[in-house]
Design a binder for this molecule. Structure first.
Ligand SMILES: *Cc1c(COP(=O)(O)O)cnc(C)c1O
Length: 377
C-alpha cells in the first residue's frame, strides 16, 4: 500500500506528467512569463466551463476576495456578513479593507451559512453577504439570493473549496458554484479541487462593469498603460500556472468524480455507527468533497488524531478555532458573537485524507483504524 497522504499531488502529477512538462517547457521557451497567452486561454476556458461571462485571473484566492470587495466600492464601516466556520481568508480581507465583519451561524448538517439566521444579522449598514461553499458543499443559495435582493445587498461567493460543484434551484435550474452572486471568487492553491503548482486565483462575474473594475484593480488601477484611475494592487496569475491549469481544467469533472467516489466508499465504511456522522449532501447540492469531514459524538478526538498519526494516517481539524474567536478579530468584537452551532461543530469535526488518488485499500485501512479507536475507547 502506498503511504497515505492528506492530499496526494505527486501521483496526480505523474498521470499528466508528459502534458504538464511539455506545457511548462513551452512557457519557458516563449519566456512570456507574465500575461502570456495561456493566461487568456485558461480564463476563457474556465468562463465557458462555468457558464459565466467573465473570469478575471489573479494571484491567489485571498486576493480574489479582496479585489471583489474593492470593486464593489464598499466603504470603511460597511458591514459584511460572513460565516465564522470558514478559512480565515474569507473574513480577513473584510477587516483589511476596514469593513466590519458580521458573523453568521452555519447549519449543523451542511456546515454552510444558515439562510434562516441571515436576516437577523442585517442592519442598515450591511452592504454584502459572503456565502462560503465549505468543504465542497453548496450554500443554500436560493434563500440567500432572495434575502440579498430584498435588502439590496451584494453577494460575493467564496468558491475556493468548491469549484466544479453546483446548486439546483427549486425550478430545476442548475448553476455552477461561484456564478450566482454578483462575484464569485476561487483559489488554485495546489490542494484545492482545481489546483496549480503554486499560488493562483480568479474572480467570476456576469457583470461587465464589475469585470472591468476588477481587471483594473488587479492591475494597479490602470485603465491605459501608465494611466492609473484608482488605487489597486498587483495581482496576476503566472503564465506557468495558467499553462498547468489549462491541462487540469478539462479533467476537473473527472477529478471531482474521483473525490465523490471516495466519499461514497467512506460513507459505506462508516455507515450506521452511532458516534460518527458522515457528511450530509443536500438535495440541491452537487458536493465535490474538497474535504471529507466527519462529526464525532462522545469521541476523544485528540486521541483519535494521535492514534491515526501513529498508524501513518494524517487527519486534520478544519478549523480548530472559529474565525470569530481568533485573536485577529478581538478588536472587531469577534467573541461577542454567539454562534453555538459553529462552536459545537468546531469541537466535533475531523477531516480524513481526501484526494483524487485515494485507493479502496487505503480507505479500508483508514476507516478500520478510525473504527478500532472509537470502538475501544
Ligand atoms: C483556500 C481558501 C481561501 C484562500 O485562498 P488562497 O489561494 O490560499 O489565498 C479563501 N477561502 C477559503 C474558504 C479557502 O479554503
Amino acid at each position: 500500500m502506498q503511504p497515505i497522504q492528506m492530499v496526494d499531488l505527486r501521483t496526480q502529477y505523474h498521470h499528466i506528467k508528459d502534458e504538464v512538462d511539455k506545457a511548462v517547457i513551452d512557457v519557458l521557451e516563449s519566456s512570456a512569463f507574465i500575461n502570456g497567452k495561456p493566461v487568456t486561454d485558461f480564463s476563457e476556458q474556465l468562463a465557458s466551463y462555468l457558464g459565466v461571462r467573465h473570469v478575471i485571473p489573479c494571484a491567489n484566492g485571498t486576493d480574489a476576495l479582496q479585489i471583489a470587495m474593492m470593486a464593489l466600492g464598499l466603504q470603511p464601516g460597511d458591514e459584511v456578513i460572513t460565516p465564522s466556520f470558514t478559512y480565515v481568508a474569507t473574513t480577513e480581507v473584510v477587516a483589511l479593507l476596514r469593513l466590519t465583519p458580521v458573523f453568521v451561524e452555519v447549519e449543523p448538517d451542511t456546515f454552510c451559512m444558515d439562510p434562516a439566521k441571515l436576516e437577523a444579522a442585517i442592519t442598515p449598514r450591511t452592504r454584502a453577504i459572503v456565502p462560503v461553499h465549505l468543504y465542497g458543499h453548496a450554500v443554500n443559495m436560493e434563500p440567500v439570493l432572495d434575502i440579498a435582493r430584498r435588502h439590496n445587498l451584494y453577494v460575493v461567493e467564496d468558491t475556493a473549496q468548491a469549484i466544479g460543484g453546483s446548486y439546483t434551484f427549486q425550478d430545476g435550474t442548475r448553476k455552477m458554484l461561484g456564478t450566482m452572486g454578483h462575484i464569485g471568487c476561487t483559489s488554485f492553491f495546489p490542494s484545492k479541487n482545481l489546483g496549480c503548482y503554486g499560488d493562483g486565483g480568479a474572480m467570476f462575474t456576469n457583470d461587465d462593469e464589475l469585470a472591468r473594475k476588477m481587471r483594473m484593480i488587479a492591475n494597479h488601477g490602470q485603465s491605459v498603460r501608465y494611466y492609473h484611475d484608482m488605487v489597486g494592487c498587483n495581482s496576476r496569475l503566472d503564465t506557468l500556472q495558467a499553462a498547468i491549469l489549462k491541462i487540469k481544467l478539462p479533467k476537473l469533472d473527472e477529478y471531482n468524480e474521483a473525490r465523490i467516489a471516495a466519499a461514497n466508499r467512506y460513507d459505506q465504511l462508516f455507515a450506521g455507527h452511532p458516534k460518527i456522522t458522515t457528511p450530509y449532501r443536500a438535495p440541491y447540492a452537487r458536493h465535490v468533497f474538497h474535504q471529507y469531514t466527519l462529526k464525532l459524538e462522545d469521541v476523544d478526538r485528540d486521541g483519535l488524531v494521535q492514534h491515526l498519526a501513529s498508524q501513518g494516517i494524517p487527519s486534520m481539524i478544519y478549523y480548530p478555532v472559529p474565525v470569530h474567536r481568533q485573536k485577529m478579530f478581538e478588536s472587531f468584537g469577534g467573541a461577542a458573537f454567539e454562534l453555538p452551532v459553529t462552536d459545537w461543530l468546531t469541537e466535533r469535526v475531523v477531516s480524513l485524507p481526501m484526494h483524487t488518488e485515494l485507493t479502496e485499500e487505503q480507505q479500508a485501512f483508514i476507516a478500520g483504524q478510525v473504527l478500532d479507536f472509537i470502538n475501544s475507547h
